[in-house]
Design a protein around this ligand. Sequence first.
Ligand SMILES: *Cc1c(COP(=O)(O)O)cnc(C)c1O
Length: 453
Amino acid sequence: MKFVSTRGQTEPHSFSEAVRIGLAPDKGLFVPEELPDLGQEMLSWQGKTYPELCYEFFKHFATDIPSDELKALVETAYSRFDHPDHAPLVKLSDKLYVLELFHGPTLAFKDFALQLLGCLYERQVAQSGQGINVLGATSGDTGAAAINGLLGKKGVNIFILYPDGRVSPLQERQMTCLEEENVFPLAIKGSFDDAQAALKEVFGDKDFSREVHLSAVNSINLARILAQCVYYIYAWLKLPAESRDRATFVVPTGNFGNVLAGWLASRMGMVVDGFRVATNQNDILHRFFSAGDYSLGAVQPSHAPSMDIQVASNFERFLYFSLGGNAEMTREIMEGFKKDGAFQVGGMAITEFMTSSRMDDAEIAETITRVYKEFGYVSDPHTACGFKDIDHLEPAIVLSTAHPAKFPDVVEACTGISPTHASLEALKAKDVQKYSVEPTEQAIKAFIRNHQA
Ligand SMILES: *Cc1c(COP(=O)(O)O)cnc(C)c1O
């Protein structure tokens, strides 16, 4: 299997190359050259463990990794989850399920992708003999998941910039209390935007990038999307067989990565009724799916901060496949969007298959309370967005993207319950280890040079 760019001006790459490069040289995103039809085969995966199913799926894509190696890699990637099912499907009623995706090391669904990506990076370093330095900026969740994915990996160092004093104490502990020598949390004086601006400058220096073998953490890596297809199929196979084709997956959405993965699984043969894109008040995707309007607004902070996003980078992959793999048209639309901050897709078939919803902060709070009263289920603010207007969906599977203990204040205010998790409690006993760095290109480069893998 080869991988091509959504913008059509990049040579086809192998799986490992596409994963290593991340963003395609023509600024497009890597996608499989063709989507395999796995409909029949999927049915035979029922009863497999999570890592087994993941292997069965990936062997269609990671065709340049020998099977025994791939099998071992997947086993390692999912060895740090705290639930035997990895992604348990919890039944709240006859027509409502929650798919819990928060049983990984940082208690958020990003672990599914980043634990695997970390193992893929480590394999690459072992093969090439060349170390990698991974650099990213975070306003919270992604940084912790990325750091945990690379924790202790040989030949890989990770540098994460975050605004000092502006992430929650819990989030900071998840990044800074890890006691591993390859992890460098860089607390900068300034805002998240300052961190991002400095990061862009560092990546903009191609000579530096080559010198230290710099790599980005971001949500556009092909391996992340593929890793996320797996839990949809896993959950789908656990539904009663007669309700599978009626099911709707409801996905709390920011960057569009998560829901895109489900949609791709459906294009590969997982037959469902549809998908629901659930946004918070940052609703660019809701406006698109309800009115065909994709135009930028300003980001407004919300109770569900990991969905406070206006540009949904993975949307480009959706566009590409919706346009029947037309790279030229995808390129034109994306370049137009960069210029104008908006586009209208009149002729594109936006079917009932992908619907959307939006929830503001007041509704998020009401929903956490209601779901607790009605089902005795404690949900985090991101997951809560998924419970909007879903009564007519039978069955609905709401994806739970984070453990409630990650957002204890809102959850306690709404339910009276103070959610905890042993792994977060354990962090409180550890020392914070962080490095203070000025948010300038020079300071960050100097730090990386001195601490590179
Ligand atoms: C990242 C994140 C999301 C949004 O996922 P996308 O793939 O960006 O759509 C939702 N909830 C939580 C808790 C997250 O960390």
